[in-house]
Design a protein around this ligand. Sequence first.
Ligand code: GLA
Length: 731
Amino acid sequence: MAISFANNIFTLQAKNSTYQMKISEHGHLLHLYYGSKIADKDVSYLIPRVIRSHESNPDEAGEDRVYSLCAYPQEFSSNDAGDYRIPSIELVNTDGSYSFVGKYKSHKIYSGKYSLSTLPTLYANEGEDVETLEIILEDAVTHVSVKLLYAVFAEKDIITRAAVLLNGSDGEIRLQRFMSASLDFMTSDFDMIEFFGHHYYERQTDRHPLTHGINEIGSFRGSSGHFHNPFAIICDKKTDEDIGNAYGFCLMYSGNFVFDAEMDGYSQTRVAMGIHPKQFEFHIAKGDCFEAPEVVMCHSAKGLSKLSHSFHDIFRENACKSRFVHSKRPVLINSWEPFRFTFDSEKLIKTAEISKKLGADMFVLDDGWFGERNDEKAGLGDWVANEEKLPGGIPALAERIHAMGMSFGLWFEPEMVNENSDLYRAHPDWCLRVPNRAPSRSRHQLCLDLSRPDVCDYLINAVNSVLEAGSVDYVKWDYNRYVCDVYSAYYPHDRQGEIYHRYMLGLYRILDGIIKTHPDILFEGCSGGGGRYDGAMLTYFPQIWCSDNTDAPSRLVIQYGTSFAYPICTMGAHVSACPNKKTKRNVPFKTRAVTAMHGTFGYELDPAKMTEKEMADCAEYTEFYRKHQELIFGGDYYRLSSPYDESIFTAWEFVSKDKTEALVCAVTQDISILDKNCYVHVRGLEPDALYKIEQTGQTLSGAALQNIGILLPHTQPQYTAFVFELKRLNT
Ligand code: GLA
């Protein structure tokens, strides 16, 4: 049993980690422990019995001045009851008070994985050992209760949490903050690692010590966003890739979120994660529920690589039900970077023909194929092919592409509308917009109001009818602005605090209505590159376009940051032309190809403009990628060096689960490699086994490869790429 309950203690045991909670003598649920596996049945001794002067003591504690909600570690913190740290919940009760104190009422343990009815969650595979714990905490005065949900994926060292509020009070309450999970540590000697950025610069890695006060990241842009990813790590200061404690928290939600790590005056730490409370106020009628999204948590005692392996495994195996997750993905060529809005059928066909010869499997027509979409200013919303560019529409083009033996993909941005579109002219009230105020536009577009059921129904039909008519094999689902003016004409003025979240509920309903009815279409997520790269999106999309920045050196950093939580098989990565459109940098073809093999490989260039040498390279690397796709997608991934370190190269590695083969990749970043001896230290191999390196002809032990490393050739210019294929010899 992964979950047990005895003597008022809940213990959750995963393969290498333990999570423990206790119902206190007064009914509060205390958080005791999360960390390396321990067998102890009760570690409540870790709570010091000291009087914290000035802290309040609940009435039921009587004369006991030690018992204080602010000093004791809480599992779900109360509000307005003497715990001054970040609360798990804020609400306005029917009597106008803000109080909530949850006390243990009941619990349930069962095998299998809980799910939520309104939000995406991880799932358990058939036969997989997953257990669920549900604990109900109730406020004894208002009868508002909270169901805390826990699932233990024991083998994967993953614990998920979610929470459901049930309004058992005598009328409507207003929920203003509802965290999915919070966790108290009695100490605070931690670093926080977060992933920040902006468009073209996603998931940059920032590691810094926790400071007193609240260390916060989040988004209130209406999407998880480019600026902060809904994933963060708390770790020991000594933690590196191989050693030390690390805790990862990933929110399964694609909208506004917050992650707080609060260090209080006693130098204790509280971590909380959930929907961002800004402009959030949900009215909950008597008897109704509200679900908070799931948080996926992992503890690793063996550093950051192990933490990433656990997240990669769970996202690969328990997030998305699409059959494409475990199948080989097509090598695609995308029309956006080479052609933007300027193309016609003949140009596209010619491009597809050349790409086919170079080894591509699929041609993807990006933006510009519909309505009057000849630039960014018009057409969004009108999902009908532009017959001037594409006579016979999508079915005719798809047929010609299919006739070449290639599959065909299409771009959509269903959530958006241009004012210059038939959709907007017919339904100006269908977008988010504050009455009597001119809207803020972004990329000349407005955001449709997905909190409206009629808009959701329309979009499901509009996209499905294109898909059904046109033999589409792949869809790129884009989302290219942040929202503001968040007001829905559909809801009364006092319900506007619900719109951000209702938008997400609408989006998930649309994705269910389109993606689940097309199991044979491969869907790729996108949001101005990687602006909505999160766990919830991964339940729908087996792959997500990582960034609009296709410059290889920039991608090394973006993909490095993305790899802390998200598996390589989810990262859309393409080779583009040089000089790079954004950075103007020139990088050898091989370097661009090796960098794009860190994901779902493809091309984003005009093959008609390639030199003969580039064409030969293109065919060669496409083949090389195909040969290794299984290893790249299914193996354990190691960050061998960081692009941020002084190190003069960035290296990474894929090791098959059975350790019989590995692929090591490196790109030099600094010209000082001209004179310095550089060794790539390979990890994750059997130390005693012998491995043959295809490219050098050497045979070395796993131990030598780890401790001495592979010597990189000298005298290499900046941005030279190397690959080393390692095969274990039979002994
Ligand atoms: C976004 C995407 C790009 C491309 C354009 C089209 O920026 O990230 O890949 O699809 O939109 O407008």
